[in-house]
Design a protein around this ligand. Structure first.
Ligand SMILES: *[C@@H]1O[C@H](CO)[C@@H](O)[C@H](O)[C@H]1NC(C)=O
Ligand SMILES: *[C@@H]1O[C@H](CO)[C@@H](O)[C@H](O)[C@H]1NC(C)=O
Ligand SMILES: *[C@@H]1O[C@H](CO)[C@@H](O)[C@H](O)[C@H]1NC(C)=O
Length: 404
């Protein structure tokens, strides 16, 4: 703003009077601020949107959203199978023409502005910790930021699978790969016997519910913002076959007996990892837990020929058919996992990034037959795609936090 113009005829007395008049409202304002019970609230630019629940709403057709992309298929960080535009998925562009609209009256959902994000999060380090769905989210964020700032250093912070520093802003974004958050590995019976052996177990996976995976142990000490997830692998009978290769839970180095089923193991792992993270992190680290990303297999699970051929988001009724726990259908995992997350996070200082509901509608937005796998990919998301909206949610949640 230009400085106010000075009148050359203004005398010193008049000037003093004007000055006093100008300062009076400022003084009053300062007094008011000093006596207000929550002065911080006045500084929040987004207090109006505080009341909005971004996790509930609907997808509305929006041609502008589809034509003002923040990145496209040329972003190198998109894993090949998720690049629906370059893989020729028929609706790869059409699926971008929808805007998430929160349910409350007057609620608007701000889109992440990449330049503002870079400016606001200078000298910051952001870590995604979790399975390939968190990598999907990581790639979306990196692509959005690269769209406006291409000078990056590609490197791997300790334990990370991949990471980038946006050099002009000294903002680092990294991905730490971990399927269960906790450590696990192959287990087979010891010929000399043991607790599990005496129960008849021959092989499986040893899952230590109280030991964090090596990939993210150190992440807690240097990231300023962390976004965790886990879920899909706890309901993955193709890997952790309940008979041939069950999950065998260990605590304090000893097998838990009687053996637990995966849902109970998940509860213990979450409990322990939340405790670990709270201790390992610096006090002002901002920690998020992302809720479960829903899958959309129809006509069978991924290994039973299931597919996702929709060209539009589901209706609310269809969403219930897919995900209602009462119907116990193929994709029921999403809400099941969330029940465990909610329980574990209740008493914790984690913020919850609730992306489940908005994503449940988007049966149209998976790589499907173009994912480059033997089966249809109805689990990961096309990029660009709905995952960008998860990052919109992340950005607006960070806006509400003062110290980052
Ligand atoms: C760059 O950011 C990191 C946090 O990610 C910070 O520790 C470091 O001091 C910053 N470097 C400079 C030169 O400001
Ligand atoms: C279960 O699915 C049916 C359609 O298959 C649907 O009409 C019903 O609402 C669903 N049940 C619940 C509890 O949502
Ligand atoms: C849900 O379906 C699966 C198989 O699709 C079955 O194993 C399980 O017992 C069912 N659960 C309930 C509560 O009906």
């Amino acid at each position: 703003m230009p400085p106010p113009a000075r009148s050359p005829t203004t005398g010193p007395r008049r000037r003093a009077l004007v000055l006093a008049l100008l300062l009076l409202p400022l003084l009053l304002l300062l007094l008011h601020l000093a006596s207000a019970p929550a002065p911080r609230a006045h500084r929040k630019p987004s207090s109006r949107s505080q009341a909005c629940d971004y996790s509930a709403g609907e997808w509305v057709r929006d041609p502008v959203a589809g034509s003002s992309l923040r990145y496209d298929d040329t972003c190198k960080e998109i894993f090949k199978g998720w690049n629906c535009i370059s893989n020729g998925k028929a609706n790869a562009r059409d699926l971008l023409g929808w805007r998430w609209t929160p349910a409350g009256p007057g609620c608007e959902f701000p889109r992440l502005d990449p330049r503002r994000f870079l400016e606001r999060h200078r000298d910051t380090s952001i870590g995604f910790v979790g399975d390939s769905l968190n990598r999907n989210m990581f790639a979306s964020l990196v692509c959005m930021l690269r769209g406006v700032s291409s000078e990056v250093r590609k490197w791997r912070p300790a334990g990370a699978d991949r990471g980038f520093t946006f050099l002009r802003y000294n903002l680092t974004v990294a991905y730490h790969r971990t399927n269960l958050l906790v450590r696990y590995g192959r287990w087979s019976a010891n010929p000399n016997g043991g607790t599990l052996e005496s129960l008849g177990y021959k092989q499986g996976y040893r899952v230590d519910v109280d030991i964090p995976d090596q990939t993210w142990v150190e992440a807690c000490s240097f990231h300023d913002v962390l976004i965790f997830n886990t879920g899909h692998w706890w309901w993955a009978p193709s890997k952790f076959d309940p008979i041939r290769s069950p999950m065998l839970f260990f605590e304090k180095g000893r097998p838990i007996v009687p053996p637990l089923l995966p849902p109970a193991g998940l509860d213990l792992a979450l409990q322990n990892m939340i405790m670990f993270a709270n201790k390992a992190m610096r006090p002002n680290t901002v920690k998020f837990f992302r809720t479960q990303s829903p899958r959309h297999f129809e006509g069978g699970d991924w290994n039973e020929g299931g597919s996702c051929q929709r060209n539009q988001p589901l209706s609310s009724e269809e969403v219930e058919e897919f995900f209602s726990l009462d119907n116990n259908s193929t994709n029921v995992e999403a809400r099941l996992v969330n029940q465990h997350l909610v329980k574990a996070l209740e008493q914790s200082s984690f913020r919850v990034l609730d992306i489940t509901r908005m994503s449940e509608f988007r049966a149209d937005a998976h790589p499907s037959t173009t994912g480059g796998k033997k089966h249809d990919d109805c689990m990961h998301w096309s990029l660009p795609g709905p995952t960008d909206t998860w990052n919109d949610l992340l950005a607006s949640s960070l806006e509400a936090v003062e110290n980052v």
